[in-house]
Design a protein around this ligand. Structure first.
Ligand code: SF4
Length: 283
């Protein structure tokens, strides 16, 4: 059995990333983001479970795999759930990647990633941290199990000071919740010194996400009719609505002299770099 699999976002026609491997150290995610799509395909999605031991299999796969590709950690969970502080499974994976020369792209909402700076400095690695809002009250409702945004800001700062390439993932943008230019300006003014790129994406609704968001943000109901473009199993905002949102955000990001990219939006002309952080690594 292979544990290193090629990342395949549901044969997403809109994905413009280079090919890469993906690995979820844990099954399920403790952050419980209301907008999360994993509940549409992972049972008990918001309960973190350990998988049967797999590091010996990973070691074999890393020896045999294509080293020109990257390993993305992680795409259907966070590689730093609270239990990682004690279990150190993600740390063990990073150690193997470092030894085998596998470049890693980390995607997380947890400041626990700072613990692994010693390893990240010794390998090819970029870290994307998702911050949807700097408003801690709003974040607590939207991402009830995730670390507060200010902790994520401090993590970006620590990583940058340690020389690790960092990316702000402003994802997802949700109409009526975190889509004002004022909020984006504030966020960019605060974060620009600690990031090398901004990646943004609008909310993609799955069958259960609209209702889940509406439990804490009833105002989202006014906007649900705008999600009218079906792509695979997701409903996207109307093309002209998401284009206008992303165009405006891009202007703000460029005003801070940062490169901008979108993720699975269908606007490749908006992408200054790849959206997974790989462009920040020298290979
Ligand atoms: S951090 Fe990602 S995987 Fe985890 S609940 Fe939030 S959106 Fe889902």
């Amino acid at each position: 059995m292979r544990v290193l699999r090629l990342f395949d976002p549901w044969q997403g026609e809109l994905c413009t990333c280079p090919p890469k491997y993906t690995l979820n150290p844990y099954t399920g995610c403790a952050h419980r983001c209301l907008y999360c799509y994993i509940s549409s395909f992972i049972p008990r999605a918001f309960e973190v479970r350990e998988k049967p031991p797999f590091l010996h299999l990973l070691e074999r796969d890393l020896r045999e795999c294509e080293k020109t590709l990257y390993l993305s950690l992680a795409n259907s969970s966070d590689p730093y759930p609270p239990v990682e502080a004690e279990r150190e499974l993600t740390r063990a994976i990073l150690k193997l990647c470092q030894r085998e020369g596998m470049p890693v792209l980390i995607l997380t909402k947890s400041p626990l990633v700072v613990r692994d700076i010693d390893l990240l400095q010794a390998m090819q690695a970029a870290v994307s941290i998702t911050i949807t809002t700097l408003d801690s009250q709003k974040a607590r409702l939207l991402e009830p199990g995730a670390p507060p945004p200010q902790d994520r800001v401090r993590a970006l700062q620590a990583l940058t000071e340690a020389g690790i390439p960092t990316i702000l993932r402003l994802d997802p943008i949700i109409p009526g919740i975190n889509d004002t230019q004022e909020e984006w300006h504030t966020m960019l003014a605060r974060l620009a010194p600690y990031i090398r790129q901004v990646v943004a994406s609008t909310l993609k609704l799955r069958w259960d996400t609209g209702e889940r968001i509406a439990t804490s943000f009833p105002e989202i109901r006014h906007f649900l009719s705008l999600f009218s473009e079906r792509k695979g199993r997701s409903l996207y905002l109307e093309r002209k609505v998401r284009r206008a949102l992303l165009e405006k955000l891009r202007e703000i990001v460029h005003a801070h002299n940062l490169p901008f990219s979108t993720c699975r939006e269908g606007f490749p002309e908006f992408n200054d770099l790849t959206c997974d952080g790989s462009a920040l690594l020298s290979r």
